[in-house]
Design a binder for this molecule. Structure first.
Ligand code: SF4
Ligand code: SF4
Length: 287
């Protein structure tokens, strides 16, 4: 069985402090970070022990994880496991990148976000160029605030053409978005429109809870990050018995890491094996 896991442990700290960030608003103590490390190591060991399944794993931390060595180590170990198809992570790309050389790069992917208020474009771009040179698969992206337009346009010009640059729609701001701004974002990200929707999900079949699960540091399983109901714990012997066909109980789903599992959208046809790191199959390098 192939299972996609979105892992979100207890890490909630970050070296940036973006105004629009809904989490990562504080630093954590050494004791708190030690708990996150221990939980992550337990998770990696559990993946290793469950080699009867195939896994694709995306780390979606509530903070910046790659500045912590234990996340780098986790990616190194996971990408070396023959039954792990993909190990990917969301990151602000501020970390040193030497560790990627210890990964099996065919199984590694990064979802890198540029935060113009916290890092210079040149610095983010340098990290992207380094990833590209090191043959690491990654998407880059920016939160779609109109005030970032100049930086976004410049980043698009400066990034290698074969790197996909996504724009995250700020859902609450969409009603105020001018046609000009919307056209601009579409010109940068041909799939921007996909991220501007609140997809009807109630009653619709979703792979979340069947072949995709959300897991926290204690091993608690939920179908996704958006439905709090527990569906088991990966550290129970019979954990996989809880995976079954399910229809969504939320009215809508509007986040890439959720709606890509909504079956009627068929977004696997758009993203293929790049669904976790958000790289579309047919991304045409810009001219
Ligand atoms: S880099 Fe990400 S996690 Fe850190 S403050 Fe900004 S949005 Fe939040
Ligand atoms: S549609 Fe979204 S909210 Fe509903 S189960 Fe799937 S991922 Fe979760």
């Amino acid at each position: 069985m192939h299972i996609t896991i979105l892992y979100r442990g207890s890490l909630i700290s970050c070296n940036y402090g973006c105004e629009y960030c809904p989490f990562a608003k504080r630093q954590q103590t050494a004791a708190e970070l030690a708990i996150d490390k221990q939980s992550l190591e337990r998770f990696v060991n559990w993946v290793a022990e469950n080699s009867q399944h195939q896994f694709s794993i995306l780390f979606t931390p509530w903070g910046e994880a790659l500045i912590q060595k234990w996340y780098q180590q986790a990616l190194i170990k996971l990408t070396q496991m023959f039954h792990v198809n993909k190990a990917a992570i969301q990151t602000n790309l501020s970390c040193n990148l030497d560790w990627v050389e210890e990964c099996n790069k065919e199984r590694l992917a990064l979802w890198a976000t540029f935060h113009p208020e916290w890092v210079s474009r040149q610095s983010f771009l340098n990290r992207c160029l380094e990833l590209d040179k090191r043959n690491v698969r990654f998407s880059a992206g920016v939160v779609g605030f109109p005030q970032f337009k100049d930086e976004i346009a410049a980043l698009r010009r400066e990034l290698p053409k074969h790197i996909y640059l996504w724009i995250n729609a700020v859902k609450r701001e969409l009603p105020n978005l001018s046609d000009e701004d919307r056209n601009f974002f579409e010109s940068i990200d041909p799939l921007f429109h996909l991220n501007t929707q609140h997809y009807t999900s109630f009653g619709h079949q979703c792979r979340a809870g069947k072949s995709a699960i959300s897991v926290d540091g204690d091993g608690t399983m939920r179908r996704c990050h958006f439905i709090k109901e527990l569906i088991g714990n990966i550290y129970d012997l019979n954990w996989s018995d809880n995976l079954c066909d399910r229809s969504c109980i939320n009215q809508t789903c509007h986040c890439h890491i959720g709606y890509v599992h909504l079956e009627y959208l068929e977004l696997e046809k758009v993203f293929g094996s790049g669904i976790l790191e958000r790289i579309p199959i047919n991304f045409q390098p810009l001219k």
